[in-house]
Design a protein around this ligand. Structure first.
Ligand code: ATP
Length: 444
C-alpha cells in the first residue's frame, strides 16, 4: 500500500465508519474544523483517559484542573502571544490566496493550482494566530478577549490558587486537557493542523536551578516519550528531536519534540516538551501585579519556580494512532483493511453475535451475553446483520479486538462461546463463566 493512499484510506474510513466528519459539512464545511462521530469520540476519550491516568491519577505530585477557554487580553499580553504568536504569511500575487511561508508543501500545492502560470509571492509578513472576540452587551464597554491559543496559560494564572488550596510543595505539577484555538494560515493534512483542537498538558513546577532543571527536563522528556509509545506505536516510527535555537518558541529555554514518521509526509511533531523556565510566572507577576513567587519553608528562600512543560495534541495523537493502526493483510483468502488498535484505545472492546438472526434461542442467549459484557466493559456492540464473515470485517474496520459468537453448541451442549481475535483471525472456545475475565485480561 502506497503511503499516500494510507492517508486517503484513513480519511475515508473515518467518515464511513463514524470517526470524523468535516465540521458543518452540510453547509460546505469550515477549513480546519472537524466533528467527532460516535466511534471517534470514544477513541478520543480513550486517548485522553490514558493521559489523565498516567500523568495525573497515578501520580502523587500532580493535580488536575480545567480552566476556561475565554481569557482577557492582558493574559495574552503577559504570555507574549499578542506580540509573538505569529507565523510568516505570503500572498499569491495572482489569486491573493494566503499561505504559510515556512511550509514548502503548502507553497508547492498552491503553485500547482496555477498550472503553467508562474506564481509570484509577496514578501512574508507576520500573522498573529490568536482568535479573538468581544464579551459584553454594550459595544463601548465590551472587552476584548481571546479563545486560548494554548491551554497552558489557564494553568499558570491559577498557580497561586492551586498552591494555596492544595497546600502543596515544589516540585509539583498541574495537568489539564482542553480545547485551544489558532487561526492557522494553512490548515492541512486532515487533523494534523486544525483551527480548533484539543491539547493535553502537564506544567511541572520546580526549583529554579540548572541542575534540577536538567534532571526534571530529562525525566519528563522520557516520561512523555514512553507514554506516547504506549498508544501503540512501533518504536522506529517515533523519535525525539531537539529544536534548533531559531526554531524555539519565544518562551522556551530548551525544546524537544516527539515526532512521528507520518506516511508520505515524514517526521512531524506530535508533542512538545518545553523548558519554559520562569517565563510565564514572571510575566504574570509583572502584568497582573500579583506576586507569583513561592516560599520554600525548608531553605527559607523565595523564588519564581521554573516550569517544565509536556504539551501534546489530542487530535494529532488521534490521527497518528489511526495511521499507525491501519493495516491491510490477507485473511481467509480475502484482502482486509483493519485497525490494529491497542485494545485500551479501541472504541468498541468486544462485539457479540448470534450465529443466526432468525433463531430466537440464539438471539436471546446472545443478548444475555451482550448485557453481561456491556455491564463490565461499556463499549460493547451487538450485531446480527449479515453473515458472520461480514460482521467480523465490520468490527475489524473499527478496531474491535474481540468478537464473541453464540451458536447451537453454546445452548445445547454448554460448550461456551467462540471468541475470535481481530489480528490473527484465530478462534477459541471459552466457557461462559470465564468470558468476562478472559476479555478483561486482554483489553484493560
Ligand atoms: P506546529 O509547529 O506543528 O505548529 P507548535 O510547535 O506550534 O506546532 P505547540 O504550541 O507546541 O505546537 O502545541 C503543542 C501541541 O499541540 C503540538 O505538539 C500539537 O500536537 C498540538 N497542536 C498545535 N497546533 C495544532 C493544530 N493547529 N492542530 C492540531 N494540533 C495542534
Amino acid at each position: 500500500m502506497a503511503d499516500n493512499s494510507k492517508m486517503e484510506k484513513v480519511v475515508s474510513l473515518c467518515k464511513r465508519r463514524g470517526f470524523i466528519f468535516q465540521g458543518s459539512e452540510i453547509y460546505g464545511g469550515l477549513a480546519g474544523i472537524f466533528d467527532y462521530g460516535p466511534m471517534g469520540v470514544e477513541l478520543r476519550h480513550n486517548i485522553k483517559q490514558y493521559f489523565w491516568q498516567k500523568f495525573i491519577v497515578e501520580r502523587e505530585d500532580v493535580y488536575g484542573m480545567g480552566a476556561a477557554i475565554l481569557m482577557p487580553e492582558k493574559v495574552w499580553q503577559a504570555s507574549g502571544h499578542t506580540e509573538l504568536f505569529t507565523d510568516p504569511l505570503v500572498e499569491c500575487k495572482i489569486c491573493h490566496e494566503r499561505v504559510r511561508a515556512d511550509q514548502p508543501e503548502a507553497i508547492s500545492d498552491h503553485e500547482k493550482t496555477h498550472k503553467k502560470e508562474k506564481v509570484e509571492w509577496t514578501e512574508p509578513v507576520k500573522f498573529n494566530m490568536l482568535v479573538g472576540t468581544k464579551l459584553g452587551a454594550a459595544e463601548k464597554t465590551a472587552n476584548q478577549v481571546y479563545l486560548r491559543g494554548e491551554i497552558t496559560q489557564g494553568v499558570h494564572v491559577n498557580f497561586k490558587n492551586i498552591l494555596d488550596s492544595m497546600h502543596t510543595k515544589i516540585p509539583f505539577g498541574i495537568g489539564q486537557i482542553g480545547k485551544a484555538f489558532r487561526n492557522e494560515i494553512t490548515p492541512r493534512d486532515f487533523l494534523f493542523r486544525q483551527r480548533e483542537f484539543e491539547q493535553m498538558e502537564l506544567q511541572y513546577y520546580i526549583k529554579p536551578n540548572e541542575e534540577e532543571g536538567m534532571k526534571q527536563y530529562e525525566y519528563w522528556k522520557q516520561f512523555a516519550f514512553d507514554w506516547y509509545l504506549g498508544l501503540g506505536f512501533k518504536k522506529e516510527n517515533l523519535r525525539l528531536r531537539q529544536h534548533a535555537a531559531d526554531e524555539r518558541a519565544h518562551y522556551a529555554k530548551d525544546a524537544w519534540d516527539i515526532e512521528y514518521n507520518m506516511p508520505s509526509v515524514g517526521w512531524k511533531e506530535a508533542w512538545g516538551i518545553h523548558h519554559r523556565a520562569d517565563w510565564d510566572l514572571r510575566r504574570h507577576t509583572e502584568y497582573s501585579g500579583v506576586d507569583m513567587s513561592y516560599y520554600d519553608e525548608e531553605t527559607k528562600e523565595r523564588f519564581i519556580p521554573w516550569d517544565v512543560e509536556c504539551s501534546g495534541g489530542v487530535d494529532r495523537a488521534f490521527l497518528f494512532v489511526m495511521l499507525e493502526a491501519y493495516t491491510e493483510d490477507e485473511l481467509g483468502g480475502e484482502v482486509r483493511g483493519y485497525l490494529k488498535l491497542t485494545p485500551k484505545l479501541a472504541p468498541v472492546k468486544v462485539a457479540v453475535f448470534p450465529l443466526l438472526k432468525n433463531k430466537p434461542q440464539l438471539v436471546e442467549k446472545a443478548r444475555e451475553v451482550y448485557q453481561k459484557l456491556k455491564k463490565e466493559f461499556g463499549a460493547v456492540e451487538f450485531d446480527d446483520n449479515g453473515n458472520i464473515g461480514k460482521r467480523y470485517r465490520r468490527q475489524d474496520e473499527i478496531g474491535t479486538p474481540f468478537c464473541v459468537t453464540i451458536d447451537f453448541d453454546t445452548i445445547e451442549k454448554s460448550t461456551g462461546v467462540t471468541v475470535r481475535d481481530r489480528d490473527s483471525g484465530k478462534q477459541e472456545r471459552v466457557s461462559e463463566k470465564d468470558l468476562v475475565e478472559y476479555i478483561k485480561e486482554k483489553v484493560l
